[in-house]
Design a binder for this molecule. Sequence first.
Ligand SMILES: NC(=O)c1ccc[n+]([C@@H]2O[C@H](COP(=O)([O-])OP(=O)(O)OC[C@H]3O[C@@H](n4cnc5c(N)ncnc54)[C@H](O)[C@@H]3O)[C@@H](O)[C@H]2O)c1
Ligand SMILES: O=C(O)C(=O)C[C@]1(C(=O)O)C=C[C@@H](O)C=C1
Length: 366
Amino acid sequence: MTKRILIAGLGLIGGSLALNLKENTDHRLIGYDVNQKSLNYAIQKQIVDEISTDFNQVVTTVDICILAAPVSKTIDLLEQIKQLRFEKPILITDVSSVKSNVMQTAESIEVGEVTFVGGHPMAGSHKQGIEVAKAHLFENAIYILTPTEKADQAAISTLTDLLAHTKAKFLTLDAQEHDEMTSVISHFPHLIASSLVQQAKTWQKKHDKIPRLAVGGFRDITRIASSDPSMWQDIFFQNKKVLAQLLEDWINEMKNLKGLLETNDKVSIYHYLAEAREYRDGLDRTKKGAIPSFYDLFVDIFDQPGAILKVIGLLADEEISIKNIEILEIREGITGVLRISFVSKDDQLASHRLLIKNGYETMIEE
Ligand SMILES: NC(=O)c1ccc[n+]([C@@H]2O[C@H](COP(=O)([O-])OP(=O)(O)OC[C@H]3O[C@@H](n4cnc5c(N)ncnc54)[C@H](O)[C@@H]3O)[C@@H](O)[C@H]2O)c1
Ligand SMILES: O=C(O)C(=O)C[C@]1(C(=O)O)C=C[C@@H](O)C=C1
């Protein structure tokens, strides 16, 4: 049955869900956003069928509503919903990166027609806005669900049936365990990435060539520091209790490491590094996990015009789809490395064979 689905917040995440639903279903999609440019873009590109600038009015006309605004704005929209009258049942979900305050507000909705099942797709980007939205953004990612007490299995199934086209894997958690885990693997690392960039900026006053040296490792570990500061400010304050606790643990750990360095305790430093490596390598790529599984292939290329295009062209001719592509290091005239990520082992191996056949040097991390 065709349903009316409202997506409130047409940015990277809302836009990606809209694109996915448009590609795979016949539901009628309605977009709401406070940014008129995003609304215009969505309707012009036919990502949605209708647009609205009146949330309170339009939300009462739909069967399903996906709240995809920044976390604090999602809470504001839930507060607005509390004041409305609905004439038919509505299933509401969200995509917020932090869940405790959202769920607390959702649990306090007393409107009988409203059922809320929280959601958080664990995939995204440091880029923002509907222009960078992708229908396949959540393929193979973990999609966390946080149902309210009122939400029954039928409501959860309605939501998972709708989102099944994203090819994400669902995992149900309560809000607190969600916020602790996402803080460890997403929010706190973000804080550290930004602090590493700040440190480089400070040291650049002494060594002005630092930006030229900041390639491989530094770029890998700090990519997320290029994300939207207002979104992350919101996430940090929504999850500030857990974040403060992690920061305290981390400061103590750093003090301990400093002590090991100062006392020349090489053995302990070695164990610290070896244990970290073992754990990192053991984050199983093929099992379900909070970290999306990708299969990487490293390809040596030369810094020549069209070099990357040639590699992509070979894969495209064989209809092998790429999840991500990144230049790890390239210097003038010298070999650089492309990291190409695939969603399946088969695609990784097929690309490996294809590129070797075409004279490339490639490497797979075991
Ligand atoms: N970016 C990621 O990697 C990622 C991943 C998973 C979940 N999330 C969550 O998804 C949500 C959206 O993030 P995004 O990355 O799509 O950001 P985005 O900046 O790309 O999009 C946010 C959209 O919300 C709109 N908006 C702002 N205030 C609004 C309001 N009051 N009502 C309606 N729309 C409003 C903005 O105009 C924008 O179009 C956030 O809650 C974020 O925590 C982000
Ligand atoms: O890939 C990125 O750039 C992301 O930051 C995505 C990421 C993450 O930390 O993994 C960011 C926030 C979301 O809530 C979920 C996913």
